[in-house]
Design a protein around this ligand. Sequence first.
Ligand SMILES: [Zn+2]
Ligand SMILES: [Zn+2]
Length: 350
Amino acid sequence: MTVETLDLDDPRPTEIVVEIAGSGICHTDLSVRDGAWPYPLPAVLGHEGAGTVMAIGSAVDAVSVGDRVVLSFGFCGSCPGCLSGNPASCPDAPMINLRGTRADGSVTLSHDGAPVHGLFNSQSSFATHLLTEQRFATRLPDGIPLELAGTLGCGIPTGAGAVLNVLASRPGSTVAIIGLGAVGLAAVAAARFSGCSRIIGVDLNPGRFELARAFGATDVIDAGRDDTVATIHQLVAGGVDGAIEASGAKPALNNAFLSTKPTGTTVLVGAAPIGTHYEIDSVALLSGRTLRGCTMGSANPRVLIPQLARMWQQGLLPIEKMSTTFKLSAIEQALAAAADGSVVKPVLIP
Ligand SMILES: [Zn+2]
Ligand SMILES: [Zn+2]
């Protein structure tokens, strides 16, 4: 990664230019940097940006210059998945977010006239400014700190949406959350918001437990020391109603699955390396358990992001407790902190 001065296109009719106040670092940024996910180079990464609208195209009607916005991933906006409120299921979303250009093949960034690929996840927010389509911007309510609010665009809705939209936990129900990074902590917060009576957080890093309790965990398990499945069954006889696998570690999925009661549901949100095949206990599945995946919280960003902002206003989603800010020039240090887990959510301030 290097910090360079680039030229940004003027906005086309439905596009906006946003001055970035802060951008979270998400594990997908690391996956692209490491070549585990394809992306054309040279490129600007970053996909948890928030900032202020600085310029709008001639046909923009959803936001105005000066609005504070959180940016999300891209989607077509017109397929059945998008129109039913789950744009993460859009069949065109992977292409839109990973091609590095507009639909017509043009780039939004250049360096001395040479093309640079922007629009990473329809953002490229490791920057002072970005250009995107207006439909990927969500206006932010007052109060919430703009420099940290970009985290509401990817990792946090991924975890919170898995609980709110997929588990749909009822008050009094029980849930186990494996992996207490930003995604898992957001799932913990959503479980508390949903009125779950028992919220069990599991991680290999005991340094995460105090934070998990601050987000709402009632119990924590050190997976490096204790048997996760046995301990969860000790805490909740018969198993939990729901489990979230947010660690991305292969063995953790079967542990999450075995932690649920015979009619429980396990939701996979942790991204294991592409090509990973999971093993699931056959009898546990036969008894009636449900296993499903969930991308981006199965949510419409313009519905879920304002909900998450209200949770922050109520003190139920303290993103400032999980975030550590770095200057954009310290991007290598921030990426290293994300990779080794010493920081839960690094946020770059341009
Ligand atoms: Zn992400
Ligand atoms: Zn679509």
